[in-house]
Design a binder for this molecule. Structure first.
Ligand SMILES: Cc1cc2nc3c(=O)[nH]c(=O)nc-3n(C[C@H](O)[C@H](O)[C@H](O)COP(=O)(O)OP(=O)(O)OC[C@H]3O[C@@H](n4cnc5c(N)ncnc54)[C@H](O)[C@@H]3O)c2cc1C
Length: 471
């Protein structure tokens, strides 16, 4: 048997996404007898949670920006060992735009490099989707001013480039991500004037039993509270940023207390000067690849069984693509998915006892995040703060007024008709940013939109797809 034949005899798994889920899956699958190709659009492995500073920056203490650093070191070292042994191939800077089905396997189509013009094709026996999630941001007057960034964007800039976007920041919106963002910016020397969270304290009290069932998470919350206190960050719960102000760039925000209905309470608006607003209203799973493969979705999440298998045989999914739940849940799901894929590909059958501990962690954390989900929510009447001249779809510059007119004057009753009448969601981001906002303003269900490709693809690449297959 030649080396090539020997290699071809070992089953081959393609893992898309090198965040906590994809890394855990890669290491688990490689340790159990399959070859793995790990593709990720970022230059370094780590995903959002373990995002690493570019090596040229020579960060002396990158761990200062992270927690759970030991878990990262284990994954990083595990990946390195398998790469050196020739069992894993890590393709960084590879943007996957499509997964094609064949009778005997799959072809993963990717574009290489920052210009995303060089096509790469990887043949595999099975595919594991670990593409994570992306941020939801709802519009308000002034949100397009320079200086307004997404909460995750501010965090990614800090972790990836060691840079901050201003001197005085307000962190606002809703969700647990606001805590590491506010404390991370404060630790980096930014004056964080306020953390503005729209969920009110009563919502936490209502779910206190379910939340307290996770002592580790309660301790994590307490650590964040202590850090906010240490950096003198004002915590405004039950409040929202209702407008951002500035001429050339952001100069201040208006914050108001919310009443029981989620509307700004009259007489409570106050202006906070700042040059940065880091704002986010939660995360949504990346489901483009799963959706085009025909995998069943439950609402916005990819549906998986106990082994993290999707409804399409040969396709596994793990991490936030299956539902938003944080890095620890992604690690547990990735581990189970990697072990299951290895066992199924090698025909040995699943050994449920082998991943019982990870399965228990998964059950616990899923319950915790379901409880958390019902606590964190944008203000119920957020659409009322969107004025008619607020730009909602930034790619196509479609205003709130145009979307309302499509519904009230032109009779649009679903998202697709709103899109056709206004062009909202037709631009470069294909509705990924504005989709939830357009749905809210139009009063439609925020259904995941079907996009044939996960990334924009040059026509030349499409014309030659399938001509250069790699193993
Ligand atoms: C911008 C942002 C910043 C965040 N920062 C934090 C934080 O600081 N702390 C925290 O607790 N949580 C943070 N989160 C939440 C965090 O995403 C999760 O808790 C955790 O990282 C999820 O792990 P994952 O493996 O499921 O996905 P991710 O970590 O998101 O990893 C997914 C990987 O898939 C890759 N990918 C996606 N689509 C493709 C494609 N088509 N082709 C190739 N590669 C692809 C991405 O580049 C990414 O590396 C952040 C989320 C976002 C969106």
């Amino acid at each position: 048997m030649t080396d090539r034949e020997r290699k071809a005899a070992v089953p081959h798994l393609a893992v898309i996404g090198a965040g906590p889920a994809g890394l855990a899956a890669t290491v688990a699958a490689a340790a159990h007898g399959v070859r793995v190709t790990l593709l990720d659009s970022a230059a370094e492995a780590g995903g959002q949670f373990y995002r690493q500073p570019a090596s040229e920056l020579r960060a002396r203490r990158p761990q200062a920006l992270h927690h759970q650093w030991r878990a990262w070191e284990r994954l990083r070292d595990g990946l390195r060992t398998h790469v050196e042994a020739g069992v894993v191939r890590h393709l960084a800077d590879h943007h996957v735009w499509f997964v094609e089905r064949h009778d005997d396997g799959w072809t993963v189509h990717a574009l290489l490099g920052p210009e995303q013009e060089e096509p790469v094709e990887v043949r595999a026996d099975a595919v594991l989707l670990a593409t994570g999630g992306y941020e939801k941001v709802l519009p308000f007057p002034g949100w397009t001013l320079p200086g307004v960034v997404t909460a995750g964007g501010a965090q990614a800039m800090l972790k990836g480039t060691l840079a901050v976007s201003g001197r005085t920041a307000v962190v606002a919106g809703t969700g647990p991500l606001l805590l590491p963002v506010a404390t991370g910016l404060a630790a980096a020397g930014v004056e964080v004037a306020a953390l503005v969270e729209s969920a009110g304290p009563k919502a936490f009290v209502r779910r206190s039993r379910a939340l307290a069932a996770q002592p580790g998470k309660v301790a994590e919350g307490a650590r964040y509270a202590a850090r906010l206190l240490r950096h003198r960050v004002r915590l405004l719960t039950g409040h929202a940023v209702v407008a951002a102000h500035g001429t050339e760039r952001l100069e201040a925000v208006t914050v108001a207390a919310l009443d029981a209905e989620g509307r700004g309470r009259p007489g409570t608006a106050r202006r906070i000067p700042c040059d940065t607003l880091a704002v986010g209203h939660g995360l949504l799973p990346h489901t483009d690849l799963a959706d085009t493969l025909g995998c069943r979705l439950d609402g916005t999440d990819v549906h998986v069984d106990d082994e993290q298998r999707t409804s399409v045989p040969g396709i596994w999914a793990a991490g936030e693509t299956t539902g938003i739940g944080g890095a620890a849940l992604s690690l547990a799901e990735g581990h189970i998915a990697g072990r299951s894929a290895a066992a199924r590909l090698r025909g040995t059958g699943p050994d449920l006892r082998a991943w019982a501990a990870a399965a228990r962690t998964r059950t616990r954390l899923r319950a915790f995040f379901t409880a958390l989900d019902s606590v964190y929510a944008p203000p119920a009447h957020w659409t009322e703060q969107v004025t008619d001249d607020t730009v909602v779809c930034r790619c196509e510059e479609v205003t709130g007024g145009a979307i309302r007119a499509a519904v009230t004057e032109l009779g649009a009753g679903d998202l697709r008709t709103v899109k056709l009448l206004t062009r909202a969601g037709m631009g470069w981001c294909q509705g990924r940013v504005c989709g939830p906002a357009v749905a809210g303003l139009a009063g439609c269900e925020p259904t995941p939109s079907r996009r044939p490709f996960a990334r924009p693809v040059p026509l030349g690449v499409l014309a030659h797809a399938g001509e250069s297959e790699d193993q």
